[in-house]
Design a protein around this ligand. Sequence first.
Ligand SMILES: [Fe+2]
Ligand SMILES: [Fe+2]
Length: 320
Amino acid sequence: MSATPIEELAPLTEEQVQEHLAAGKLVEGLQHMSPKYLEGMRRILTVSADTEFVSAPSYLRAASHAPALNNFGSAMSIIQDELAHAHIGYRLLGDLGVDMDWLIYERPAEQFKYPYAFDVPLNSWVELVCANAMYDQAGFVLLSDVFQSSTFGPWKRALAKVDKEETFHLRHGRTWLKKLSKDPEGRAEVQAAVDWMFILTLEWFGLPDDRKKHSEQLDYGFKGKSNDQLRQWWMSEVVPFMEEIGIDVPAHFDAELDRYVIDCPFPAQFDEEKREWLLDDGAIEWDDVVTRWRGRGPMNRDYVTTLQRGYQTTSLRRAA
Ligand SMILES: [Fe+2]
Ligand SMILES: [Fe+2]
């Protein structure tokens, strides 16, 4: 990704970074990083920026089904926010020595690191607003956690604005879902979308804590909460809301355990063409899920091509 080896870019030792953090200081740039911190920060920023970036073509495709022009306008405003969020992440990656042109415009589609959910197409306005209520809620949970806990100052400060915009996106979703679920026909459409999207969003938070690798994300304070804690947080927002509007979801709060419990086989096999969970086949191994994620889904190439087209067909190259 970068011509300069990270050992040269990040001059501190692990102990020096830990001392810096223990003194209550934020990390402001490469001068405060060790190679391990830099590598981990690049990883989490890439996932975040890629997720924001790909949500734009995904939402744009669905926005073409907007019921009226002003609704299309709301969707476009969300898409503009997402592109600005992506820009924050990529710009910071540029400061961390990554070749931004390669990362954004030249990287092969299958190397993008966003959640698999965005590889499954959103085919209607109802699916777009369901995505706002569930996917943007996931984004909000993940980014609020980074905002509260991140030790990387430039990102932390930028997220103050991002958080507010994500709140607008998920409210847009909720307002629509409340309205749609008032009549039986609308409720059936929402239910059909939630049936495949809910479980995909559960997967979004990644491997369960006992299977997770990258521990520097917590050790270094890149994040405050673990994957399972974030998945719980998301369910605590989404499950009560869905219950309130009369939509069934395969999860409930267990008072005895004091946490949300998933009521269907999880993780499960997903038929990406039909957009259906093969729940009758029972739960599968996380390794099989990781294989599906790595293979990317139906829209990966299409969306990345859309995002890279302008660069490929114009001469906006950076001066050497
Ligand atoms: Fe966003
Ligand atoms: Fe969003």
